[in-house]
Design a protein. Structure first.
Length: 408
């Protein structure tokens, strides 16, 4: 009897092997799920940390693509080096030097957004069980990244000026972490900026105990008021142990998916090898177009227009919060970036109220998911970048109605 004529029961099928433990232990991003809830055009959303699409330099970017595809098609449509387009690295190095951080192109690695830079660093630095210190609250995707690496994430107490240096020193001495992750300028989610004295204290602690610092700076060029604060990476006590991350997502367009990291040579080389295993290199044509855009256009003039628009939108949000939030609420006044951090009075739960808000065609992000330690249920993040001042005022009117109903 041939196998094809066998009429007996089918052989048992073994189940496929399970997912890796890290895949089961790290949850999806609540922020991304909230964005899915707010896709209806009638929703005024303060939820997404998105640049304003009407402010993209779409025509100059298109012209940059046209130019590189017409002049260098064989190069820009071909594989390229892992480290990144030399012209693009040169342009980034020049901008860093202009802002007080002398940098050579060879010190940079181009990445698929600064998010990939975090993944590369986690791959190059972290063993399962290693300790990572973070501000509390902090960037949600960083918590996911460190979770996938199997790291033990420990929060450090923070206040309205960012991470507390005294608490940090105690945590470093107690935990002996492999790295400290910070967003010192216009932090996500709080919009806070770490003052220079605290940056110097961070550098001193890291130098004394031998800790890597990851300084994530996607928002630093979105300053509306006040003076530029030097990068931690520029401070002498931190120069040999700080990795600076940057991104074109907030200053050009997030769809390019281009970022970069600046790191000491040995660590940068390890990240290059890790990147080779992930994607070989970033898109050649996208890098070439970005470099061409930077060569042919005045990015600072473009950023001036973006900052003017964002400042007006931030002011509209701040002006309206007193009438929208319940008495006893508090919020900060960021000098730039994309976010305002607010706290409702005790007894309010921002997560529970979100669905009622979405039903009223307004949205925000509850603060709870951003905490590595015990969450603050009354906190919420409000982004002001993607709506006009008029739309922001209407969104706050809707939000105020939801919160007043919750108090009844």
């Amino acid at each position: 009897m041939t196998p094809s004529t066998f009429a007996g029961p089918a052989p048992a099928t073994a189940p496929a092997p399970p997912l890796a433990a890290r895949a089961a232990s790290v949850g999806s991003s609540p922020v991304r799920e909230i964005l899915a809830l707010t896709e209806r055009p009638e929703v005024i959303s303060f939820a997404g940390g998105l640049p304003a699409p009407e402010l993209f330099a779409a025509e100059p970017i298109r012209a940059a693509y046209d130019r590189v595809l017409s002049q260098e098609p064989r190069r820009v449509l071909q594989y390229s080096t892992t480290e990144g387009d030399p012209a693009l690295r040169g342009a980034v190095a020049g901008r860093l030097a202009e802002r007080g951080l002398p940098t050579g192109p060879e010190e940079l690695l181009v990445t698929t957004g600064s998010q990939q830079a975090l993944t590369l660093l986690a791959t190059a630095l972290l063993e399962p069980g290693d300790t990572v210190l973070v501000e509390d609250p902090t960037y949600l995707a960083a918590l996911q990244c460190f979770g996938f690496a199997g790291a033990r994430v420990v929060p450090v107490r923070s206040d309205d000026e960012g991470v507390d240096p005294v608490a940090l020193a105690r945590a470093v001495e107690r935990e002996r972490p492999k790295l400290l992750y910070l967003i010192p300028t216009f932090q996500n989610p709080t919009g806070r900026t770490l003052p220079l004295a605290r940056r110097q204290a961070v550098a001193e602690v890291a130098a004394r105990y031998g800790t890597w610092i990851v300084e994530d700076d996607p928002y630093g060029e979105l300053r509306f008021e006040g003076e530029h604060v030097p990068w931690v990476a520029s401070l002498p006590r931190a120069a040999d142990r700080t990795v600076l991350l940057g991104s074109f997502s907030k200053v050009m367009a997030p769809g390019l998916r281009l970022g970069w990291l600046r790191a000491p040579a040995a660590l940068r080389r390890a990240c290059v090898i890790a990147k080779q295993s992930l994607d070989l290199h970033c898109s050649t044509v996208d890098q070439a177009a970005a470099a061409r855009y930077l060569a042919d256009n005045d990015l600072d003039a473009h950023l001036g227009r973006v900052r003017d628009a964002y400042r007006e939108r931030r002011d509209a949000l701040l002006d309206g919060l007193r009438g929208a939030l319940p008495q006893g609420s508090t919020w900060n006044h960021p000098q730039g970036g994309m976010f305002v951090w607010a706290r409702l009075p005790e007894g309010y739960d921002a997560t529970e109220l979100l669905r009622e808000a979405v039903a009223a065609d307004v949205a925000y992000v509850p603060g709870a998911p951003f905490f590595a330690g015990p969450p603050d249920p009354s906190s919420l993040r409000l982004s002001f970048t993607t709506h006009t001042p008029e739309e922001i005022r209407e969104g706050l009117r809707r939000l105020g109605g939801v919160l007043r109903s919750a108090a009844l």
